[in-house]
Design a protein around this ligand. Structure first.
Ligand code: NAD
Length: 505
């Protein structure tokens, strides 16, 4: 293999035809520049009529003092063109640096992560020859808000935020994707048997939206059994839609199970902007050697072309790539029994270019169509779907840092009763890590220094209390020397509790 030479692998003069669509290009770090050069050569030879605006992200931007790995003027180029093709970057180790991917997704509102995971057996070894699954992952919400707090010596917490508009647009995106790509089933993964409010909302919205897509089959699985099935029998799935954290995990499992982590591309889609990238990293161990596989970035560029309404070009390039794989022209990472010619990065791109206009003989050919999605389908429309509920305050959960010797819940309850004796709100329940420890707790339950103490209306539990009464209670607890680290209001929405019961309540 020869070393990578940027000049030799430069995109062929990108003539930028008069009507070319401008796309922002990030060459990235490590193997980024060489796989980007290979990808752009294929695109340009296929005549996709794109013009490129390069931006600097990653190592150089971090070194220049931009803690998120991107300079301010790069944002302008991204927002102007609205579409980014991004090579992987090297994320510096250690504190103070923010993940560029997370920053980009959230800043640009790229709410949907779409990752096709396909097996190319027998040409690339896979334990699941029939696998062809698309994971549609919610990209902005869930625990990825990064809202975390340390509240006591022993306890930290992370806020999991699931919103109705967020659920609506990701679920709708999954169904629209299925429709546009001729897929027949969307499966929702949640853990709503445990997280009834947050994951329960995701599941409920999935059921509501599914009713509007009668042509697509819809089902739901609890994430744990769903992930097990995905690893064992991925052929059972078509499109999967799931909240952020589960999606992050299962999309890597799915890519690995397909046998093609180095081959998978992904799309991050928002209402105005979109970013396309391979799922692998910058592979510094093989950088500059012309041995990296450019397929992940090339296939994400194919997703980009579909997004740009260039279904013909996307189909042509994807089919040439499939034919290259079938013909046994392979980079080092995927060589195996069916390899006939082991090639480097740029020679692989040459092989794809030679096959433009050809189709695979064994693998299923690509046949993209320009999407005819429901207009404005990505816009959140919670306001139209749901009547604003009537919200009433019925109590408060007070979280205490309390570490008296023995950590006896009965002793804490006595202290709270003494402090709140004349107040409108009365102690109803104490939990520790969500488990009821008072009244009638079990001595076996392990207790930390973090206690959730539920107060409700003294005279008629479940009836309305005022914020003033909550404040008065806080004042009394503070005066009694109790350390309140956080409160959560207990609301009813249209008379229904908007909070979970304590485990064992
Ligand atoms: P990696 O994906 O870069 O590499 C893992 C292994 O796979 C390495 O052995 C590598 O040589 C190989 N590999 C990866 N891509 C390949 C390709 N296209 N062709 C052939 N072999 C390939 O993961 P890592 O080593 O954990 O991370 C390296 C750097 O990349 C880190 O700084 C990490 O933070 C960053 N990273 C960036 C992104 C991104 O920008 N989207 C994603 C993941 C990791």
């Amino acid at each position: 293999m020869t070393a990578f030479s940027p000049a030799a692998a430069a995109p062929i003069a990108n003539p930028a035809p008069a009507k070319a669509t401008r796309v922002t290009i990030a060459h990235g770090d490590g193997i980024g520049p060489e796989i980007m050069a290979a990808t752009l050569r294929v695109l340009d030879t296929a005549g996709v009529e794109l013009a490129y605006d390069p931006i600097e992200i990653g190592a150089k931007a971090y070194a220049a003092g931009h803690s998120a790995g991107i300079a301010p003027d790069a944002w302008d180029a991204i927002r102007r063109n609205k579409v980014v093709l991004k090579a992987p970057i090297t994320t510096p180790q250690g504190g103070g640096y923010k993940s560029l991917n997370v920053t980009t997704r959230k800043t640009l509102g790229l709410f949907a992560n779409v990752r096709p995971c396909v097996a190319y057996q027998p040409f690339v070894a896979s334990k699941h020859p029939g696998m062809d699954v698309v994971i549609v992952r919610e990209n902005e919400e869930d625990t990825y808000g990064g809202i975390e707090h340390r509240q006591t010596a022993e306890v930290t917490q992370c806020l999991k935020l699931i919103t109705r508009p967020g659920c609506e647009r990701i679920v709708r995106h999954a169904f629209e994707y299925a429709r546009a790509h001729g897929r027949s089933k969307v499966t929702c993964f949640t853990k709503d048997n445990i997280m009834k409010a947050t994951d329960g909302l995701f599941h409920r919205v999935f059921d509501e939206v599914a009713e509007q897509y009668a042509d697509i089959e819809a089902d739901h699985m609890i994430i744990d059994i769903g992930a097990a099935m995905l690893a064992d029998q991925p052929e059972r799935f078509d499109v999967i839609v799931t909240p952020n954290l589960y999606g992050d995990i299962i999309s890597d499992i799915a890519a690995q199970v397909a046998g093609s982590v180095g081959l998978a591309g992904s799309a991050n889609i928002g209402p105005t902007c979109a970013m396309f990238e391979a799922i692998h990293g910058s592979a510094p161990d093989i950088a500059g050697q012309d041995i990296a596989n450019p397929s992940g970035l090339l296939l994400s560029a194919v997703q980009m072309l579909v997004h740009l309404g260039r279904a013909d070009a996307a189909t042509r390039i994807h089919n040439a790539w499939l034919r290259t794989i079938e013909d046994g022209v392979h980079t080092r990472d995927i060589t195996g029994e069916s390899t006939r010619q082991a090639v480097g990065t740029q020679a692989f791109a040459d092989a794809v270019i030679e096959r433009l206009g050809q189709s695979p003989l064994h693998l299923t050919p690509a046949a993209y169509q320009n999407a005819t999605t429901t207009p404005d389908h990505d816009a959140p429309r919670a306001a139209n779907l749901v009547k604003k509920p009537t919200k009433t305050l019925v109590g408060v959960d007070v979280f205490l840092d309390w570490d008296q010797p023995g950590r006896d819940p009965d002793a804490l309850a006595k202290a709270l009763h003494r402090a709140s004796a004349d107040e409108a709100l009365e102690l109803r329940l104490i939990t520790n890590r969500g488990v009821k420890v008072w009244p009638q707790g079990f001595p076996e339950t392990f207790c930390t220094d973090h206690w959730r103490c539920r107060f409700v209306c003294r005279t008629l539990p479940g009836s309305t209390v005022t914020f003033g009464q909550v404040l008065a209670l806080m004042g009394r607890l503070y005066a009694a020397g109790l350390d309140v680290v956080k409160t959560e209001h207990l609301y009813h929405f249209d008379g229904q509790p908007g909070y979970s019961l304590g485990q064992g309540e």
